[in-house]
Ligand binder design. Structure first.
Ligand SMILES: [Zn+2]
Length: 313
């Protein structure tokens, strides 16, 4: 048991969702693009759908056309993390969309922009790591393409591989893609139990072999038990869940934590759904967590952070 107070790690934040509204407005104006109503609505905290969120996310992604834009995105996340007294972040990135799908910049420029941004963050004393995100609903051919894209000269700061998006393709089908990522030394995670059936969490673990779950908020008690028994870390993003998981009447974080699940806090897309590590802690407290339970979130957050653990091998 370590005796120092736990470092506060943002356990789940997306590169594209980390850019500030001021940056987004300026680039949209430069590129002569109109901001979608969905994004303006999300900034104001209006209730929106997952589809609205995806529209906003892709609109922001369309503005990222250079190495500097990548660096700026990391810089926004660094600034926000420091403002909350945070000590690091696990950063989800989707290079396939920018480099292959939309051809907005070459892969080398993507890596260089990331390296510059991460170097700045490290200079500020932050721990950093990158998780490459594939889109579940694009299917496993897309998953293989993501691995094809990144597998050569994979930078050291990439430590994980994940799926995100809509939970449509069963995780047993993703297993061969996850196996390839694992052979690269990467840790495996999945967005599951967010917009799909609760069983997705179980299948991701049992058949996909993932060692970390993003969200998992739709898990039933049996699944929570599996998460507890297997000590699977779960990233909880309360502000994001409130908008993107409208079926949640009451956020399950207290129940998950009291079921022995290794929950930790993340911000997900703070440039789209405004939040920070500080607001997430406030939300967690308002859900009725004790100070001891809040401390536990930070302890888990540090102990299971990939930015501190590095690659699997
Ligand atoms: Zn996410």
């Amino acid at each position: 048991m370590s005796m120092h107070p736990p470092r506060h790690i943002d356990r789940h934040v997306h590169l594209e969702g980390g850019l500030d509204p001021t940056w987004i407005r300026a680039r949209a104006q430069e590129q002569d693009k109109k901001l979608p109503d969905s994004l303006e609505g999300l900034w104001k905290g209006a209730d929106r759908s997952f589809e609205d969120f995806i529209e906003s996310f892709l609109f922001i992604a369309s503005l990222i056309r250079s190495r500097d834009a990548i660096r700026d995105a990391v810089r926004s996340i660094t600034t926000r993390t420091l403002a909350s007294g945070g000590h690091g972040f696990d950063l989800w990135c989707s290079p396939h969309w920018l480099v292959v799908q939309e051809k907005q910049l070459p892969l080398e420029e993507f890596w260089k922009g990331l390296e510059e941004g991460l170097q700045e963050a490290r200079t500020e004393g932050l721990a950093t790591a990158v998780v490459i995100d594939a889109v579940n609903h694009f299917g496993i051919d897309h998953g293989h393409e993501v691995i094809d894209l990144i597998h050569q000269d994979l930078p050291d700061y990439v430590v994980g591989f994940s799926t995100g998006g809509l939970e449509r393709v069963p995780f047993r089908e993703w297993a061969p893609v996850f196996d390839r990522a694992r052979k690269l030394g990467l840790r495996i995670s999945a967005h599951a139990g967010e917009n799909g059936h609760p069983n997705n969490v179980r299948e991701a673990i049992m058949e996909g072999g993932v060692s970390r779950i993003v969200h998992g908020v739709l898990s039933d008690d049996e699944t929570l038990q599996l998460l507890q028994v297997k000590s699977i870390p779960v990233d909880i993003c309360i502000s994001s869940n409130r908008i993107l998981v409208p079926s949640l009447v009451q956020h399950p974080l207290p129940h998950m934590l009291r079921s022995g699940v290794r929950c930790a806090l993340g911000t997900d897309d703070p440039g789209i759904i405004p939040c920070s590590l500080s607001t997430e802690e406030t939300h967690a407290r308002r859900l009725g967590l004790t100070e001891e339970e809040l401390e536990k979130l930070w302890v888990h957050g540090e102990a299971d952070a990939w930015c501190l653990l590095g690659r699997a091998h």
